[in-house]
Design a protein around this ligand. Structure first.
Ligand SMILES: Cc1ncc(COP(=O)(O)O)c(C=O)c1O
Length: 366
């Protein structure tokens, strides 16, 4: 039987299991010390003052936008080359997503297109750069536009735990940053979870209230909010996972390096571009090829799992066709969506697995 090369892998060890079991036995499941501990540690990792643990990355984005005052009539500049959840909170809040194309090399938000779209927007309020695949967006260009138009900068860092831009961690590069702990991410919480981080004390307090039925520290319902809390069992696992994050990111980077070396001379394959002034934490290792679907079928037959992140791009999903008055044209995003394939990537992928994937890709293109 062909040996499988899994696309990703979720890490569990005895310590994680013990911490979760201890928490179950403690009978303290919500609003407890473990969420507070994870928040303190995560804020420190990001070099910011506040972190608010929540039920998912989507909740982190939604609560951050709501706490930042985004609502009906506001234009929010977003990429379409991203996961749906970058954009769905904008629509849920009654605001308008204004789609910005991406840079063809880095795949993150294009500063040039952002400048044009911000200029044309009626009521630009916020921009959501996505640190896609683990690489920070080019924040200097984004800050140039956000300063000119007084935009709130909300980082979607759901794929970039521990990445840095000019030495500063993602999450500290805008007004607030949002992270996902979905099981495939660079760290997880043994289930769904997310966290938002910020230096803005008011934004953090508002988000904290919004995640807990709009309650303030005294338990009064001071605003209307739903329940987006993180569980204590999740935080217990997250604290242990966070302690491994830097090592795992280094292992991902080493795996990416090996893919680069093995695929460098295969002309049909365009390798990921790594910016000089950033660290890339390779949540995903994504290449471009001319015949993406054919290659995926070939790899699948050899037991190699792959993914596509993302096709269709968000602006072309049926949901957005319903939500938008007009579907914009985003040439770089649209072309990329047909050519990209994500190869197996996780900290424990072996050299042999990488070599096998690379040799099958090489074979397919010979
Ligand atoms: C770029 C991006 N934004 C938002 C999310 C949403 O996170 P979650 O799945 O935890 O809600 C994810 C992950 O799934 C993501 O990759």
């Amino acid at each position: 039987m062909t040996e499988q090369v899994p696309f990703t892998d979720v890490y569990v060890d005895d310590t994680i299991v013990e911490r979760v079991v201890e928490t179950v036995e403690s009978r303290r499941y919500v609003k407890g010390p473990r969420v507070e501990e994870l928040e303190a540690q995560f804020a420190e990792t990001c070099g910011v003052d506040h972190a608010v643990g929540v039920s998912s990355g989507t909740a982190a984005l939604y609560l951050t936008m709501k706490a930042a005052g985004i609502g009906p009539g506001d234009d929010v500049l977003v990429p379409a080359h991203t996961f749906f959840a970058t954009v769905s909170p904008v629509v849920e809040l009654g605001a308008n997503p204004v789609f910005v194309d991406v840079d063809p090399q880095t795949y993150t938000m294009s500063g040039t297109d952002l400048a044009e779209k911000a200029e044309d927007a009626e009521s630009p309020e916020a921009v959501v750069p996505v640190h896609l695949y683990g690489q920070p967006a080019a924040m200097d260009a984004i800050h140039g536009v956000s300063d000119a138009h007084d935009l709130t900068v909300i980082e979607d860092s759901c794929q970039a735990h521990g990445a840095t831009y000019r030495g500063d961690p993602t999450g500290s590069l805008g007004d607030a940053g949002c992270f996902s702990f979905y099981p495939s991410k660079n760290m997880t919480v043994a289930g769904d979870g997310g966290i938002l981080v910020t230096d803005d004390a008011d934004l953090a307090r508002t988000a904290r209230e919004l995640r807990n039925h709009g309650r303030d520290g005294e338990g009064n319902h001071v605003r209307v909010g739903l329940n987006h809390r993180m569980n204590e069992t999740s935080a217990a696992a997250g604290i242990e996972q966070l302690s491994h994050l830097a090592d795992w990111n280094a292992e991902r980077a080493a795996a990416a390096e090996r893919y680069n070396e093995r695929l460098d001379d295969v002309d049909a394959v365009e390798l990921p571009m790594q910016m000089d002034d950033a660290t890339h934490v390779y949540h995903l290792y994504v290449v471009q090829v001319p015949d993406r679907d054919g290659l995926r079928t070939h790899l699948d037959a050899k037991g190699i799992q792959t993914g596509v992140h993302y096709d269709p791009p968000v602006h072309q999903t049926p949901a957005m066709r319903d939500a938008l008055d007009e579907i914009p044209s985003l040439p770089v995003t649209e072309e990329l969506s047909k050519r990209i394939v994500s190869l197996p990537m996780h900290p424990r992928i072996t050299d042999e697995e990488i070599d096998r994937v690379a040799s099958e890709i090489r074979g397919y293109h010979e």
